[in-house]
Write a protein that binds this ligand. Structure first.
Ligand code: ZN
Length: 287
């Protein structure tokens, strides 16, 4: 019996390689819904995933945590679509909470995995070449082969819909902000899906041997973000644009349901000052 119990535990550990305690918001389900046009929300309470539906198959943006694909599949099916119609898989960036389920999504769908240059080796090694977490097993995730390496400004097109990949590096070397247009109530609206402007607590912004240009990249990112058009503000984490309030406004048929350009600019400005304050602190304490 003991041996069996040990085997069961070993199998569990093998199945879920990340040992990190996962915030409940990552696995709490969230009702899937139509954002606008052919764009749908299929993520959890905080880990955002988006489905773009076209006549030639669908694009999935973010595979989320290693255990998320089952939930993403349920969300897609609840909306009346099929996971197996996913032709292209994209990610916001190569961390275990956005790219952790990619190997499984690829296995289930055969989708082409298209990833920004700076994050290709990170997702192909399951986090083992990440500039910060290469030696932190709790941040590793199942590796997945990349079928197309993207560069700043590249587009991804399927069935009449085009997404543009904006390299907004710093959080990772290949963090990507995605933009696309949706047609909603006779208008064309610019959708922006933010990659991540966040400086994690452990990040060295000054004299970083594994990412020497990290501060320059963050500054270039903020310049890019401030210049991008945005009528609908979305992000890799629901908390960034207050997913719950957005959903509630849609349910109540609010005439202006979308997280707006003003929300977006305020969020980016706040993240930029947090970065600059952190940079100043690190520079002051440099030996
Ligand atoms: Zn991240």
């Amino acid at each position: 019996m003991k041996r069996l119990a040990f085997l069961a535990v070993s199998l569990l550990v093998l199945a879920v390689p990340s040992l990190r305690a996962v915030p409940a918001e990552w696995t709490n389900p969230f009702p899937p819904f139509r954002i606008g046009g052919n764009l749908y929300y299929v993520g959890s309470q905080d880990l955002a995933a988006y489905l773009i539906v076209t006549p030639q198959g669908n694009i999935l943006l973010n595979s989320n945590y290693v255990s998320s694909p089952a939930q993403i599949r349920q969300s897609i099916e609840k909306l009346g679509f099929k996971l197996r119609d996913t032709k292209i898989l994209l990610v916001s960036h190569g961390h275990y909470d956005h790219a952790g389920g990619s190997a499984e999504i690829k296995r289930l769908t055969g989708a082409r995995y298209e990833v920004m240059d700076g994050d290709v080796s990170v997702v192909e090694t399951g986090g083992r070449t990440d500039f910060q977490f290469a030696h932190d097993k709790s941040m590793w995730f199942p590796p997945a082969h990349v079928d197309r390496e993207l560069h700043d400004g590249d587009t991804v097109s399927l069935g009449g819909t085009t997404l543009t990949a904006h390299k907004t590096a710093g959080h990772t070397k290949g963090t990507t902000t995605w933009t696309m247009d949706v047609k909603q109530s006779g208008k064309t609206l610019h959708v922006l899906i933010l990659g991540s402007p966040n400086v994690l607590d452990s990040y060295k912004l000054v004299d970083n041997p594994t990412y020497p240009h990290i501060a320059d990249d963050f500054r270039a990112e903020f310049a890019t973000l401030k210049a991008l058009p945005c009528d609908i503000f979305l992000s890799s984490h629901g908390s960034a644009f207050d997913l719950q309030s957005f959903y509630d406004r849609l349910q109540k048929h609010d005439p202006n349901p979308y997280p707006s350009n003003r929300d977006y600019q305020a969020y980016v400005a706040e993240r930029e000052s947090a970065f600059e304050a952190n940079f100043k602190r690190q520079q002051a304490s440099r030996k």
